[in-house]
Design a protein around this ligand. Sequence first.
Ligand code: N01
Length: 535
Amino acid sequence: MNNGPVGDCEALIVGAGFSGVYLLHRLREAGFDARLIDAAAEPGGVWYWNCYPGARVDSQVPIYEYSIPELWRDWTWRERYPGWRELRAYFRHVCDRLSLWSHITMGTRVASAHWDESERLWRVTTDAGDMLRARYLLPCLGFAAKAHVPEIAGLESFAGEWHHTAHWPQRGLSMAGRKVAIIGTGASGVQVAQEAAAEAAHVTLLQRTPILALPMRQETLTIAQQEREKLGYPAIFAARLQTSGGFDTGSVDTSALDVDAEARRYLFEKQWQAGGLRFWYANFADLLTSEQANRHAYDFWRDKVRARIADPALHETLAPSEPPHPFGTKRPSLERNYYEIFAQENVALVDLARTPVQRIIAEGIETADGLIECDLIVFATGFDAGRGGLMQIDIRGRNDLRLADTWREQVTAYLGYAVHGFPNLAYLYGPLSPSGFANGPTAAEIQGDWVRDFLVTLRDRGFTRFEAEEDAEREWTEGVAAIGSMTLFPRAMSWYMGDNIPGKPRQLLNYPSVIGFAKISEDVAADGYRGFALA
Ligand code: N01
């Protein structure tokens, strides 16, 4: 691996995850002087930062990889749901194959980006003190770039070690023989808990809301098996573009309410056995729009899970009779033995709804019920999703307008790409695009191709400036909320709605259809990029 120099360029991409690396490749192909900067030591985006024990993707390969044949032809995976190490190796392979290294600068954080109207370019600084100019600023930060550590009194007095899952020490950290407390039971909390249960002396899991987790059904892959499967890859990649989540398949056409109990159970059981997120994305058409349909799915989930929880006293806490929220309106996570770990003597569950945390002291976490002694606290407490990564860079548009101020009360954007007042800035996999609802590589390719085509059109027509129009932005922002209100998503307190961050405005942060988004973006392009002022 080598690091390219930091310098002026036409297009500056920030972030070396799926979106950024893809966009770099496509822009270089199209003849742009494009560069990529990332704070991490290695490409991979979330797979660099989230190196906690058990961190692995919850979408199966080949869905979770690029569709470019020169990348998949001679790449083989070891597991159907690869872990962070394998995903990092994949990113190295991608940068090798596409000869991207000399255009990438790792280990450098973009600190600020200020728009210079007279020169029509962005003036960018990095934490290393570099200054550079770029015609286009293209942040590709993912939705989980800013970790959230809740304020808990006394954390500074803790005598042990604490880490957020997204800032796990890169050198590694053994949990063997330790007393571990894990706060949060989202996808990250579930994954750490499974690993901690296997090696820690004691694990306490502090749960605020039960996760509605689905069986992963991990699979070890052989080279021969993948060589056979590769014959079907083009069809799978084409199918990804035709579904609302960017997966290989979407929901069935039928309502759960139009079939009898036996037929309902048949589909539920089929997708449950298939594993992964299929029970979520390949379920009945009205799973996420009808409360009644959703309730059938929840009841199926609850009964399946309860059958695996040995202690009946934990049934109500882990898989309540009544749904804590409609199934799938908070991101389900995948698990392997999550519901079995609670039968182990070294694992305890604390229900924060009944036993809230009071403070942290040197020896551990004090709750209303007494002290949880620990020497390692894991904050699996999520992210300021969507907007957080962008807002932590000092981005200033026209008239010194700060993006962090613009988005304080509400996130607004046109097409989930551009913000009025911030010329020549297009972000990928960010708020008001399908991001959090979309399979990452699918969204990266759809959005990367769209931005490449947009910049090529600007170049071909001699334009040097674009800006989202205010009306178009308002319409898009209101449109995403209107679509959201037709679904059950607003019924859950979730990061999809911004609820997980105290003081964050409540709004649906993601556009809920990849195929719908792709269609509208294509129409906008065909219509001369309507909604953008070009100059
Ligand atoms: O974060 P989360 P995550 N006190 O926000 C709890 C993707 N991902 O890192 O539900 C106590 O989902 C919070 O409780 P509640 C995936 O898309 C993918 O786990 O808000 N608890 C919740 O339990 C995922 O959805 C993979 O009541 C507090 C947890 O912390 C997204 O990233 C792996 C608290 C946060 O869960 C984020 O997942 C990992 C407080 N003050 C992540 N504040 C895979 O591909 C928050 N919580 C498998």
